[in-house]
Ligand binder design. Sequence first.
Ligand code: SPD
Length: 358
Amino acid sequence: MTAQEAVEHLSRLLKQTREQVPVPFTERDAERALAALLSTDNLWEAIRLSRVPLRALSTFWHRLIAEGLLEARDGALRLTANGQALAQALGVAPVREATCAHCEGRGVDWRTLPESVVERFMEICRHRPEAIQAYDQGFVTEATTLSRIAFAWHRGDLEGKTIIVLGDDDLMSIAAALTGAPARILAVDIDERLIQFINEVARREGLERLEAVRYDLREPLPSSWLRAFDTFMTDPTESFRGFKTTIERGLLALRGPGCAGYFGLTHVESSYEKWARIQRFLLDSGAVLTDLIDNFSAYVNWGYIESMRSWKWLPTHRLPERPWYYSALHRIELLRLPELDNTAVAGDIFSDEEAATT
Ligand code: SPD
């Protein structure tokens, strides 16, 4: 196959994929997807390495299968000889991972936290509530939560600060409180199980500066929380509407310029077009993106994987054995007071065309 023939074949595959899904899918996405398939035959690992929204990726895989370029069996994806020839003629190479083995690519080391914080947090997590689908829950590994706290501490967003955690199945508020560094931590969540769990831990562990309160993010932020915090932390659902609503509440909770916010964003459920839309919204709201670390957050496989939206899109089925769903840590800082409405939002905030794990 000549390079020209390969380019033409790829354009046909791209056109067919785009006709079938209402999700952006670029030539670079296709190259990333092929590079991932040259690197692993594990479906979940291929998702992680592709960095492409799962809805478009799975449609692309089905196109490759239909054209005899890919085989899917028992949870494995293997490029056929023709598939490998196409990738080679396009100049696509396997992914060369160069992630630091010590920090796992995060750039911070959670082991720098006091030993007692790590030990107590790990023990507390043994009894945490299960992730449930109703609120699109899926919590991160203990190492991830501790790394987020180490990062925020390092960046001066923890010590002596007032912190609001919007949605806390990751138990960020508990890890932050265990350090003893923040002046006050408020965790808010719609899930009564989490509110009870966090308040019970606070009582038992003597964490007097920590409090959890039930709150539905679709409701306006209560006036006592407006401009009351130095730092917000959240890991929102990724429909654009749900995401924007959550971040808006976070921005409105901040005191003003210099205050910081943290959130995660995936490739699985968000295309770079959505990333761009989010970045534009942040700039328009008076916030600047100061840090972005991809693959910072690793999620523990949740129990409802076979009933998530994307399960039926996959060309072959096997439960994942390791984390495969990762998100990029984002830190933002306010440059000016945001001009945002604090109004109620009605209806479904969990779905959009790119949503995959709801
Ligand atoms: N639905 C399972 C996983 C959902 C995790 N939510 C956080 C997404 C990252 N912003």
